[in-house]
Design a protein around this ligand. Structure first.
Ligand SMILES: [Zn+2]
Ligand SMILES: [Zn+2]
Length: 258
């Protein structure tokens, strides 16, 4: 490398690419950019984000976070983004102006880079929520007491089923919980309406294994669609009253979700 030097700064002790050192190349390269305007589509009911044709991250806060903003960054091939801190500079209606400060690495040189981004949020009801608002369901979980005599009286029975349901939900997978559309109170217990039959069966199985429920499944034909019979599945879950001496199930103490 004798006699070689950066054609920009004249440094002789640095590796060169096309005669320019990494520091000088970083100075002359746009290390990060963002589109003029980004759009984030959010479901106002569940917080899901629309990514392409898919709805993702249901249950997240509707507030914009780095997870919404950082994907807008355009990162050149030789640049790696270490971290980005976002700060909102102004907001009008549904448009937010933000400045991101990114630590990037370019050919071994680390630099902070500022990027401006303007993001418009658009609210649209996601598929799951529009199904739920249309009172769409494919399965019902009937939460009931056991068949012991004498029968359990209403306030005690409902309180027990309420606690049991909370505990059951607490142990359920997130996608099963997501399938729960709404809950209706009945004199003999609760009816839980779900948009996914497989999730309903999975919750019923969990109720049997962990909470000693007896499960009875039945199906009723509700119509035809696209040449296919449409069935709704009813799963009756009977939770026997725990013996006074028996161990009580571990309750999460959360109220019944509706
Ligand atoms: Zn140089
Ligand atoms: Zn939604």
């Amino acid at each position: 490398m004798d006699g070689e030097f950066c054609v920009v700064c004249g440094a002789t002790d640095r590796p060169l690419t096309d005669g320019v050192c990494a520091e000088c190349a970083a100075d002359r390269t746009r290390l990060l950019s963002a589109p003029e305007r980004g759009v984030v589509v959010i479901c106002p009911h569940c917080g899901a984000r629309k990514v392409g044709e898919q709805w993702e991250r249901a249950g997240t806060s509707p507030v914009l976070t780095a997870d919404d903003l950082t994907p807008f960054l355009r990162v050149p091939r030789e640049v790696a983004v270490r971290r980005v801190r976002w700060e909102e500079t102004s907001a009008t209606g549904t448009v937010r102006e933000l400045v991101g400060t990114a630590d990037v690495v370019f050919r071994g040189v680390e630099r902070p880079v500022e990027v401006r981004l303007s993001v418009r949020t658009e609210h649209r009801t996601c598929l799951d929520c529009s199904r739920k608002s249309g009172r769409y369901y494919t399965a019902v979980l009937q939460l009931r007491g056991g068949l012991e005599k004498p029968g359990e009286k209403s306030p005690a029975l409902h309180a027990r089923l309420d606690r049991t349901w909370s505990a059951l939900l607490g142990e359920s997978r997130p996608d099963w919980r997501k399938a729960v559309s709404w809950v209706e109170e009945r004199p003999e217990g609760y009816d839980v309406f779900l948009t996914q039959t497989l999730a309903a069966r999975a919750v019923a199985k969990l109720a049997k294994q962990r909470f000693g429920a007896r499960v009875k499944e039945s199906a009723s034909l509700v119509g035809r669609k696209d040449g296919q019979d449409l069935y709704r599945v009813t799963l009756c879950l009977r939770f026997p009253r725990p013996e006074a001496s028996g161990p009580a199930p571990a309750f999460s103490g959360r109220p019944l979700e509706r």
